[in-house]
Design a binder for this molecule. Structure first.
Ligand SMILES: *Cc1c(COP(=O)(O)O)cnc(C)c1O
Length: 222
């Protein structure tokens, strides 16, 4: 089941890359395994999936232990409380949900020197919803400048979770706005656009996504 879904999603990604004039292979599939079991992850792994995303660090750590023998690249994509940065800095290769200088600084300070620099994305609140985490687009340039100077972390790009929207053209809009804003910053190290989920995958790829974060379409309803 997970095997077949994985094949379908990868086919959909490759098709979207072709349809929207992206380089084939440009878009990385991040399998979002929150609330799913280590066994589910192992199934996707057997089918070739290597990048997995988790929202809750406690849940993630248990699965990481169970799957210690697997060559998995773990991404943290959930909200970050500042007293949890230490464990996050030492158990993940990527953090997509950085939304303040304070969190970025702590991740940098707490990243073990024995590990490669932590890849991070700044989460941008692209729909302007008050309830969602992420920085305002207007604050992106300044925060990028500050975060880029921190040691032990590598600023890779931006992440966004726009308001759910059914219409394809309307799905594209926030991604388009964010992509253009990042390109205008003209910072060469920013090579990552982490946007697109099960419901807006095509719109995200059309607008420049390099990592799509897919949960439901791969693992089923949560
Ligand atoms: C749960 C989650 C996803 C996956 O969403 P689906 O709609 O299940 O594909 C992606 N990104 C973040 C930040 C999430 O919390």
């Amino acid at each position: 089941m997970i095997n077949q879904r994985l094949i379908n999603i990868i086919a959909k990604i490759r098709q979207a890359e072709i349809s929207y004039n992206r380089q084939v292979g440009d878009v990385l599939l991040l399998a979002v395994s929150k609330t799913k079991t280590a066994q589910d992850i192992a199934q996707a792994y057997s089918a070739g999936q290597r990048h997995f995303g988790e929202n809750y660090y406690q849940e993630a750590l248990i699965k990481q232990q169970e799957l210690g023998a697997y060559d998995i690249t773990w991404h943290f994509i959930g909200p970050i409380q500042s007293n949890k940065t230490k464990v996050i800095a030492s158990h993940f290769a990527w953090v997509h949900s950085v939304d303040s200088l304070k969190i970025a600084t702590r991740l940098s300070e707490q990243r073990p020197l024995s590990m490669p620099p932590l890849n991070i994305c700044l989460q941008v609140n692209i729909s302007g919803e008050k309830t969602k985490s992420g920085i305002a687009l207007g604050d992106l340039a300044e925060l990028c400048g500050l975060v880029a100077t921190l040691p032990n972390i590598k600023l890779r790009g931006v992440m966004a979770v726009p308001e759910p929207e059914d219409d394809f053209e309307r799905q594209r809009q926030p991604f388009h706005t964010l992509y253009q804003a990042v390109k205008k910053l003209n910072l060469l190290q920013l090579d990552t656009f982490s946007f697109g989920m099960s419901g807006d995958l095509n719109a995200a790829i059309a607008e420049g996504a390099t990592i799509v974060r897919i949960g439901t379409a791969l693992f089923g309803q949560r």
